[in-house]
Design a binder for this molecule. Structure first.
Ligand code: ATP
Ligand code: MG
Length: 289
């Protein structure tokens, strides 16, 4: 698995704010890699440096073998980027937005037409292809941005919060699209603050908090470090205690020995939220436990 993203001690500061601190990370070809963390963790800043939109303060970054600082144009040719905020031209329809982007990538004539139609079909927007952006749902806008990012057949696609604000059905359609793209050979680097998104999609995740990478690995490996089985006990109506065990047997044994006045006991598989909370003492959403 050759590496397509390598960062060494990447740091990005905005004046006194250290948005990303000493990030060392590798992403292999063919992965769906998820960068998971709460608001302000430094996810977008990392994507901006990886995609040449911002320059790191210190450290080294290679994307597809190119140094992002020294060879940004070469990096741009092999990556697609879907930013967190809406970057479509609101005065144009879906096809026209795609055509504008195709022109920027010097894709011309018949090839341009074919590629646009193919991609619009790929993301399921054939019926909406002549619609203005303002008339699309949030999910359709996101699908348009994904289709547009794919126009030059990038090997590596960056998705910054691909499903934020979308309803459950649309979220699953975007997930399917991401899986299909990955199955067709595209490496994916995505950011999310949704635990279930990282768990559903990602072969490996990096958990970030306040600019620092606090965990890195396959979701199951990270859960294993905390304990694969969680026991929640509601001590009184306000306070829940969380404890972790390597397996169901150990959890069941613990539960059997609990005092009988504890009425609410939940045994469940642990998840990446447990990992995050154990490492930081905070919820991904920001509440202190
Ligand atoms: N252009 C900027 N100028 C100054 N500070 C910035 C800038 N961009 C980001 N920051 C700061 O850097 C930190 C990381 O922000 P970033 O947008 O990377 O976080 P994020 O993980 O993407 O958050 P979110 O989940 O809200 O999108 C925050 O403290 C933010 O205020
Ligand atoms: Mg962000």
């Amino acid at each position: 698995m050759p590496e397509v993203i390598v960062t060494k001690n990447l740091t990005k500061k905005y004046k006194e704010i250290c948005a990303v601190e000493d990030l060392t990370l590798q992403v292999g070809s063919g992965e769906i890699f998820g960068f998971l963390g709460p608001n302000g963790a430094g996810k977008t800043t990392t994507i901006r440096v990886l995609t040449t939109l911002a320059k790191q303060t210190s450290g080294s970054v290679w994307v597809a073998g190119y140094d992002v600082k020294k060879e940004p144009e070469k990096v741009k040719k092999v990556i697609g980027v879907v930013q967190q905020h809406l970057t479509l031209d609101l005065d144009l329809n879906v096809k026209e937005n795609m055509a504008l982007h195709a022109r920027l990538h010097h894709i011309r004539g018949v090839e341009r037409k074919q590629r646009i139609n193919e991609l619009i079909d790929y993301v399921g927007l054939t019926k909406q292809s002549e619609k203005m952006i303002t008339d699309l749902s949030g999910g359709m806008k996101k699908a348009t941005m994904i289709a547009r990012a794919l126009i030059h057949r990038p090997r590596l696609l960056f998705l910054d919060e691909p499903t934020v604000g979308l309803d459950v059905q649309m979220r699953r359609r975007i997930w399917d699209l991401i899986r299909r793209l990955n199955g067709d050979g595209t490496t994916i680097f995505l950011t999310t603050h949704y635990i279930e998104e990282a768990e559903a999609l990602c072969s490996r995740v990096g958990i970030v908090n306040e600019g620092r990478l606090i965990a890195l690995g396959k979701p199951a490996e990270l859960r294993q470090k905390v304990g694969l089985v969680a026991v929640e006990t509601l001590i009184d109506s306000k306070f829940t205690r969380y404890q972790y065990f390597p397996d169901r047997n150990a959890a069941t044994e613990y539960v059997q020995n609990l005092p009988s006045e504890i009425k609410t006991i939940i045994i469940r598989d642990s998840n990446l939220e447990d990992v995050f909370v154990e490492l930081t003492g905070k919820k991904v959403g920001g509440d202190e436990r």
